[in-house]
Structures are given as structure tokens and as C-alpha cells.
Design a protein around this ligand. Structure first.
Ligand code: SAJ
Length: 403
């Protein structure tokens, strides 16, 4: 039996996937509300294909329980927040979960950490616990998740994976478990290498996006079309530039690279500069808004609306979202908070938030597309007559401003 600890964005799909593929699974979360919702057969967040997977897992008798289980295999997928000021990972939840596991784990149990951690965390934070409680029989493994919100279920099955274990045999055992659903190649390596690969993958993407954002500024300065330039460059067989945007959100690309900057400040210069470039994007969008308002002779900020609150298209996750960052930077200038609408966010999380697209549109003259949800692409024609700043370059038929 596998006990999956932490039923959030990663743990829940993983637990369901294992169960749907015939593995005996107990999903555990300290949040009793999450457990009671799941027990009542209600899924806790939106993701393509998750409902269907939930059905299959229920058919295969997955169990949800707020107690840690006594077993020989654990997967820990709890959040690893980071301190926005020190830029360091906060391993508290992983440490806490690991301590609880230590209390109940069977002899020679395998504990797989899927949560993203900064390189060296297992040695620094988890091994001392093993030593303290005298459980040297426990096998630690790091199997960093790689799935992208919006396409998680497909990627769980099809992505290649990395398993870091200090004992090759243990790595192979974990590989067998993941092979129950993963059709990609599963590489077994050591823990430190696995920790590093995870952070490097996200750093590669962050640096590439920063490059695209910098190109956008250069092209903007010279009135060139950055999107056309990137499109043409990407036709070269060895060039693959990502897209500029209003900022980088989510809990991965905007966070993990900072771990390298924090740990290697004198070495990680390109990474540091890239992260600063991306972090400065929401404020750049704010300046574009002010510039366009000036150009149009528009003075009333209350007539400006931001479309999209999530960190990217078609997900309901607002962590580190560029829109929230923009509102925060606007707050510093003591302006009235801009109006905001997102079709995927039903609760009120900011001031001046709307829940009806038509009512939102009625109230504004200037709309800023921060997130390219399918909805806005389908409803593009409703924006006719408005001033539009399309920070994602997704509107095709209207005459709009770009970054
Ligand atoms: N973004 C751009 N331009 C682009 C692509 C993305 O501005 O061309 C922005 C997005 O709008 C978003 C942010 O970057 O705000 C991050 O989005 P994303 O789609 O690049 O990535 P995440 O954070 O959803 O998921 C990433 C993935 N990592 C890589 O692709 C290397 C995923 O595979 C990881 O599992 C995930 O991080 C994670 O949990 O680490």
C-alpha cells in the first residue's frame, strides 16, 4: 500500500493515478476539509481529466484519511513555500510530514519526496531527522514532479521522470511503482542530482522567458514586432524562444530559480538577472497602462479593467499571479485598485473583483488581457470599441496594443 501525503495540485493527481492503475492507495492530508470533500466524492480543484481519473480511482477503492498510515511506501507531496524576501525554500511542511511518517513507517520503508526542494534539502533537513530518531532503516528517495498545470493528467502518464535514490535497488523499486502509470522513460540517479535537475529545468524555462521579455523591450523601443521576430527565429532548427508576457507566476518557474541564486549568489548571475527581469514585468505592464491612458487622453483609472487573475490560462491557481503582483505594485502608488475579472475565480480575492463578464465590460473603457483563458479568445468580438492591451498576444481580429 502507498500512502500519499499531501493531496494538493501534485499529490491528488498522483494518488488518483496510482489507484486508477491498480495500486492500493491511501491519500492523507492534514486539512480535514480536503479529506471530507474527497470522501464525499467531490474533487477539490479543476483540471482537465481529473474528474474521470477520480471516478476510476474510486472504483478501485482509493481511501482518504487524515491519519498517516503504517506502511512501507510513502509519497510526500506537500507544499514548499518560499520566503519572498530571503528567496529561500521553506521546508517546514516537508519536515513535518517526514517526522510524522517516521513515527508510523514500517521497517525499511521507502519515503519518496515529490515536493520541489532546493538542492541539498534532503541532506540538510531530512537526514538529521533520520539520525535523531534512529531510523537509519528508512530509505529516502527524491522523485521530483514535472507535470504542467492545465495538462497534468496527460503529462503524468507521458513525461519522462527522474528518481533520485542513494541505493540503486531502492531506486529500481520506486521505478517499478511509477511504471504502473508512467509510460515515459524513468531515469534512476542519486538524490543530489535529482534535486538539482528539478530546479535546473524550471530555471531553464525562467531564463528563456526572461530573454523573451528582454527582446520584447528591445523591439518595443524600436517599434518592431517581437512576436513575428520570435516566430521567424523559432523556424531555425536550433532556436526555441518562449513568449514574452505580463510576468511569471505559479509556484515553480517564478520560485525555484531563486534557490540557486540564494545558494550560489556569486555564481548564478544570469539566473539572478533573469529573475529580476521577469519580476519587473507586472510593473512594466502598469507603465504601459499609464502610457496608453496618456496617449488616449484617458484619466479615470476606474475605467480600466484587468482580465484574468490566475497565473496562466485555463487554470484556477492564483499563486504568484502577475495580476496580483501588478495590483500590489499599483497599491504602492496608492491608486484606486483596478477592476478585475476572472471566469475561473468564483471567490472574492481582491477589491473591485467582478464575477460577470458583461457587467465587468459595461464598467470599463480599457481592458488589459493578463491571462489568455479560452473564454476571452472566444469572446473577442465583445471587446469591440474598447481600448485593449493584449499582453499575451492572443487576440487576432481587433486592433489592440501589445507590450
Ligand atoms: N510564461 C510566459 N511565457 C511563456 C511561457 C510561460 O510568460 O512562453 C509564464 C506563464 O504565463 C506563467 C509562468 O510563465 O505565469 C509559468 O508557467 P509555465 O506554463 O511555464 O509553467 P508552470 O509553472 O505551470 O509549470 C512548470 C513546468 N516546468 C517546466 O516546463 C520546465 C512543469 O513541468 C513543472 O512541473 C512545474 O513548473 C513545477 O511544478 O515545477
Amino acid at each position: 500500500m502507498v500512502n500519499v501525503i499531501g493531496l494538493g495540485y501534485i499529490g491528488l493527481p498522483t494518488a488518483l493515478m496510482l489507484a486508477a492503475n491498480g495500486v492500493e492507495v491511501v491519500g492523507t492530508d492534514i486539512n480535514k476539509e480536503v479529506i471530507s470533500k474527497l470522501k464525499e466524492k467531490h474533487i477539490t480543484f479543476k483540471e482537465k481529466g481529473l474528474e474521470e481519473l477520480f471516478e476510476k480511482a474510486l472504483d478501485n477503492k482509493i481511501i482518504f484519511d487524515s491519519e498517516y498510515q503504517k506502511t512501507d511506501m510513502y509519497i510526500i507531496s506537500v507544499p514548499t513555500p518560499y520566503d519572498r524576501f530571503s528567496k529561500k525554500v521553506d521546508p517546514t511542511f516537508v519536515v513535518k510530514a517526514f517526522e510524522e511518517v517516521m513515527r508510523v513507517a514500517q521497517h525499511e520503508a521507502i519515503v519518496v519526496v515529490e515536493s520541489t526542494i532546493s538542492p541539498g534539502t534532503i541532506d540538510k533537513c531530512l537526514r538529521p531527522i533520520v539520525d535523531k530518531v534512529g531510523r537509519q532503516d528508512i530509505h529516502l528517495v527524491h522523485a521530483p514532479e514535472r507535470i504542467i498545470p492545465g495538462n497534468m493528467i496527460y503529462e503524468l502518464v507521458n513525461n519522462n521522470r527522474t528518481i533520485g535514490a542513494d541505493d540503486y535497488g531502492i531506486g529500481e523499486k520506486v521505478k517499478t511503482l511509477y511504471s504502473s502509470f508512467c509510460q515515459g522513460e524513468i531515469v534512476v540517479t542519486n538524490i543530489r542530482t535529482a534535486e538539482m535537475t528539478k530546479v535546473v529545468e524550471n530555471t531553464y524555462r525562467a531564463v528563456n522567458i526572461a530573454f523573451a521579455n528582454e527582446l520584447m523591450k528591445i523591439c518595443h523601443h524600436d517599434k518592431l514586432d517581437v512576436y513575428e521576430i520570435i516566430r521567424i527565429c523559432n523556424m531555425h532548427p536550433r532556436v526555441n524562444i518562449l513568449q514574452p508576457g505580463p510576468g511569471v507566476g505559479g509556484h515553480c518557474i517564478s520560485v525555484d530559480p531563486w534557490f540557486l541564486v540564494g545558494d550560489y549568489p556569486s555564481l548564478a548571475k544570469v539566473i539572478d538577472e533573469s529573475m529580476r527581469t521577469n519580476d519587473a514585468m507586472p510593473a512594466f505592464v502598469l507603465h504601459r497602462i499609464y502610457d496608453i491612458m496618456r496617449e488616449k487622453g484617458m484619466k479615470d483609472l476606474s475605467k480600466v479593467g484587468l482580465y484574468g487573475l490566475t497565473y496562466k490560462e485555463n487554470v484556477d491557481d492564483t499563486r504568484e499571479s502577475p495580476t496580483l503582483q501588478l495590483l500590489e505594485s499599483q497599491e504602492k502608488h496608492l491608486g484606486t485598485p483596478l477592476k478585475v475579472y476572472d471566469p475561473l475565480i468564483n471567490s472574492d480575492i481582491v477589491e473591485n473583483q467582478f464575477h460577470d463578464f458583461d457587467v465587468f465590460l459595461e464598467q470599463i473603457d480599457f481592458i488589459v488581457i493578463m491571462v489568455a483563458h479560452d473564454e476571452i479568445i472566444q469572446k473577442e468580438s465583445k471587446l469591440a470599441g474598447k481600448i485593449v492591451l493584449d499582453t499575451r498576444n492572443v487576440l487576432k481580429n481587433l486592433d489592440v496594443y501589445h507590450l
